[in-house]
Design a protein around this ligand. Structure first.
Ligand code: 4NP
Length: 166
């Protein structure tokens, strides 16, 4: 049985709205599945403006309303090393994906699977998660709907990968 944890990083622009929400929702799903010791989760932003800051209050409130706590998370910026250390590096939108692919091409040790998080969604397959930062509360609800849907697909994909190597 393969005992080294599978490592997943979610990436958006600021790491204060979408990717911490994905981090928190997926973390909870993994814990509920009893897999917290087998899947490591992180999140980051392609931008550096919010490094060290907690999640946006609107994102934290919307998550809390769905019984997901993201208050402990702090923003960080994605690094080249992350592309070597993580198994999955999942972008919340097409712009973030393009930034990650540029970094990947400049990083000889990169080995992560880099893709859109919504690749794993049923209802929002391969879509970008719209940036809610400059919008209203409904944007944050859509972010949660999309993330909840894709989280189930991602966990199924990880289990499938394990079935191949365990
Ligand atoms: P996020 O949202 O990428 O989902 O964290 C944003 C947060 C901050 C900014 C843009 C998007 N900003 O321009 O500061």
């Amino acid at each position: 049985m393969n005992r080294s944890p599978t490592r997943v990083m979610f990436v958006c622009l600021g790491n204060i709205c979408r990717s911490p929400t994905a981090h928190g929702v997926f973390r909870q799903k993994v814990a509920q599945a009893g897999l917290a010791d087998r899947i490591e989760i992180a999140s980051s932003g392609t931008g550096d403006w919010h490094i060290g800051k907690p999640p946006d209050a609107r994102a934290a409130r919307a998550a809390r309303a769905r019984r997901v706590d993201i208050d402990d998370l702090r923003a960080q910026q994605v690094t080249a090393q992350d592309l070597a250390d993580f198994d999955y590096v999942l972008a919340m939108d097409a712009d973030n994906l393009a930034s990650l692919q540029t970094l990947y091409r400049a990083t000889p040790q990169a080995r992560a699977e880099v893709d859109l998080f919504m690749r794993f969604s049923n209802d929002y397959r391969n879509q970008s998660v719209p940036d809610p930062y400059f919008g209203g509360d409904r944007g944050f609800e859509l972010v949660l709907d999309m993330i909840e849907d894709a989280s189930a697909g991602l966990l199924a994909d990880i289990r499938k990968r394990w079935a191949g190597i365990d």
